[in-house]
Design a protein around this ligand. Structure first.
Ligand code: AMP
Length: 216
């Protein structure tokens, strides 16, 4: 199954992506994670990427689309995949259609996790991530067992540089301008599923699994 997960930053996409990928055994392809990996490598490309991500701006398509196309060529994508953070706008959705056509494949499901704005700001401000293994926590809703430390590898958790209030509001504005049109794009194809995202982690996962289990 080839899945796209859409939703505002901080809307619980990353958490659901992990649950879906573990349950259905498909790779989780997150453009945000790909970019953070490149930045960590410290290459010229990584430095260019960090100029955009650090300000909450979108990374240019010439970089983003080619990194996604490369990633989708990996063997682990043969059994399907879940895209998280891509496509972000209609141009990227069209580019993804071209990539899929070349591979003679198509996207089967697009899920939108729909969350009210106030809840999103609260979720992002409380988000803490592990810089080593990528595990994500929330100080109120999903705290680590030991405050400030990753449950998996015990590394000190960080508050991501782009998870500050001003940058969150910028990211939400960019989201509204660019992502809304792609909902129409996938609605027309009849593969868009809207999921109510204001419930708990398990509630949301149950709604998504019901759709995916029906298809199996
Ligand atoms: P995320 O981890 O999805 O919140 O993404 C972190 C940052 O990576 C975003 O604020 C953007 O700067 C950049 N980014 C992620 N996905 C994309 C994309 N599809 N196109 C352009 N920039 C992206």
């Amino acid at each position: 199954m080839r899945i796209i997960l859409l939703g505002t930053p901080g809307g619980g996409k990353g958490t659901q992506a992990k649950l879906i990928c573990d349950h259905f055994n498909i790779p989780h392809i997150s453009t945000g994670d790909i970019f953070r990996g490149k930045i960590k490598e410290g290459t010229a490309e990584g430095r260019e990427i960090s100029e955009y991500t650090g300000k909450g701006q979108l990374v240019p398509d010439r970089i983003t689309i080619s990194l996604v196309e490369e990633r989708l060529k990996n063997d682990d994508c043969k059994k399907g995949f879940l895209l998280d953070g891509f496509p972000r706008d209609e141009k990227q959705a069209q580019a993804l259609d071209l990539i899929m056509n070349k591979k003679n494949e198509e996207i089967n499901y697009v899920f939108l996790i729909d969350v009210p704005k106030e809840i999103i700001v609260d979720r992002i401000l409380g988000r803490r991530v592990c810089p080593k293994c990528g595990e994500s926590y929330h100080i109120k809703y999903n705290p680590p067992k030991v405050p400030g430390k990753c449950d998996v590898c015990e590394t000190a958790l960080i508050h991501r540089a782009d998870d500050q209030e001003e940058i969150i509001l910028d990211r939400l504005a960019i989201y509204n301008q660019t992502t809304e049109p792609i909902l129409k794009f996938y609605e027309k194809k009849g593969i868009l599923h809207k999921i109510k995202g204001d419930g708990g982690i398990q509630d949301i996962f149950v709604q998504i699994s019901e759709v995916l289990n029906k298809a199996q």
